[in-house]
Structure formats: C-alpha cells, structure tokens
Design a protein. Sequence first.
Length: 198
Amino acid sequence: MGLNLEYINGQTPIDEDEKEGLLIPSVTTRSELDEFEQLNIDEANQWLLAKKFTIKKVLTEDFVKELHKRMLGNVWKWAGQFRTTDKNIGSDKYRIGIDLKMLLDDCKYWIENKTFSEDEIAVRFSHRIVKIHYFANGNGRHSRMMGDILIEKCFGKEPFSWGSKNLTEISKTRSEYITALRLADEGSYSALIKFARQ
C-alpha cells in the first residue's frame, strides 16, 4: 500500500524516493508515522538525560547528524544524513554543509562575545537550523531539541517549553509557532523567544 501522508501548514513533503527509506513497512498513515517517530524521539531524550555536553561538542556537524540519527534512526534509513533533494524551503542541497559551517561558526562567535542573551542564542541557532532544513524529515523537532540542548546542557538553564504542546498537529499553538518563525525569518526574534519560554 505504501506511505500516504497528508501535510499541514509548515510541514515539508517527503519525496517518494525518501519514503523508500522507511524502516517500518507496516506504517501507512501520518498518525502511525508520528507514533513511531515519537517513540524514537523518546529514546533520544533518554540518551540525552544520561549525557553531559560541552559547547565544543554540540556545535559540530557530527553532533548535529548524530542527534538526528538518534531521534529518527529506528524509523528512517537516511536519518542523520543530509538530504539529497531540494525542498520548497531551506538551503539548496549543495549548500547544506556550507550553511551549517557558517551557522556553527556564528553561534560560537555569539557565545564567545556574548552577542545575545543565552535564550536568544539558543533560539537563533534553532531557527537557523530549521530554516536551512538539513534533513528530509524531522527538521522542526530536531531544531527545537538542538535549542534545548544548548540552553539546558551547555548554558545550564531550564529547557524551553516551545508552547508546551504537540507542534506536529494542527492547533492554535502550532499557528503561533509558525507565525513566530516567519517573524524570525524577517530578523525579529522576540516572538520566537517568548514562544520558546511560554
């Protein structure tokens, strides 16, 4: 039967060849896929709880990829690998590695020079990751987890709440999140920082 997905505002469609990377053949709907992905993400959260991280370790391409693989590696064969197709949003597939290097360098600079508050650094980092859209799927969840790792594990502050709701389903909270992301796209981060802490 195959994987038949419906998409909501802000979700990036998975290409047919990317769907072939699904490791659980019995999954055919969005709700089934969400359930298996969440189970895998819960495992990644357990892994994170037991670890200590430094800024030096987190702000690397290897860590960005490893986290994605831990989040979705039981569900997708290509988890932890940069996408090889262009999407309706995000960087051109050939620029992904370059754009990540620039982001990692920018974030290190922000931290070393205290350019922004710690909350703003973590939110800006999270926003830039999701804007580049490194992976075929899971970019929003991955970007928020990266933000949480920076704020909690590296800066020693409370993790973000990100609206305290499921952001993969249609809801008022998801609409607020998408609006805050679009404002951040234009350079205004206050709504996204507020959302991350509400």
